[in-house]
Design a protein around this ligand. Structure first.
Ligand SMILES: C=C(O[C@@H]1C=C(C(=O)O)C=C[C@H]1O)C(=O)O
Length: 156
């Protein structure tokens, strides 16, 4: 049986030569394909790091909003961001519709995080015992003591 795609694997387990084409393609073509794929793998790694940093920043915004009872979403800010991203995409020869969809996808995830932070924050204010949802949505981090700090216990 093959591993389910969500099984926890470390970076070292990645096989850059994994392919459904192995053995059925001219070796020179395969070599060129693998060479281009190694750049794709670097881009994908960079995207993960960039997204992680962006979510760290938006988590700080979420904590600030929760502390000051501000709404999770800011539609006018989003409109301005989308206009800018569409213009940047055009100048970079990237499909602006794709850029908009991608940004909206990320923003909607951020808003979910902000709602969760806000709910945790209100619950802690009321009871002093509800922990904070982790950034990856896989569980909880922090405690009432850590929430007393500006970074929600994340050391941001
Ligand atoms: C991060 C913020 O919260 C939300 C998420 C945004 C984003 O991911 O860029 C933008 C606006 C808000 O709807 C913010 O208000 O700056």
């Amino acid at each position: 049986m093959t591993e389910p795609s969500h099984a926890h694997l470390s970076v070292e387990d990645f096989d850059p030569a994994a392919s459904s084409l192995t053995g059925s393609v001219d070796p020179a073509v395969m070599a060129e394909l693998l060479s281009i794929r190694s750049s794709i793998d670097n881009f994908d790694a960079t995207l993960v790091y960039l997204l992680a940093e962006r979510f760290k920043a938006t988590q700080r915004v979420g904590i600030l909003k929760a502390k000051h009872q501000l709404p999770p979403a800011d539609p006018n800010r989003e409109k301005a961001q989308i206009q800018r991203l569409r213009a940047l995409a055009e100048s970079a020869h990237l499909d602006p519709a794709f850029a908009e969809k991608f940004l909206n996808f990320i923003i909607s995830e951020v808003i979910h995080h902000h709602q969760a932070i806000s709910e945790s924050h209100s619950a802690v204010a009321a009871t002093g015992v509800v922990p904070v949802v982790s950034l990856d949505g896989q569980g909880f981090v922090g405690s009432p003591e850590s929430l007393a700090t500006d970074d929600g216990g994340t050391n941001l």
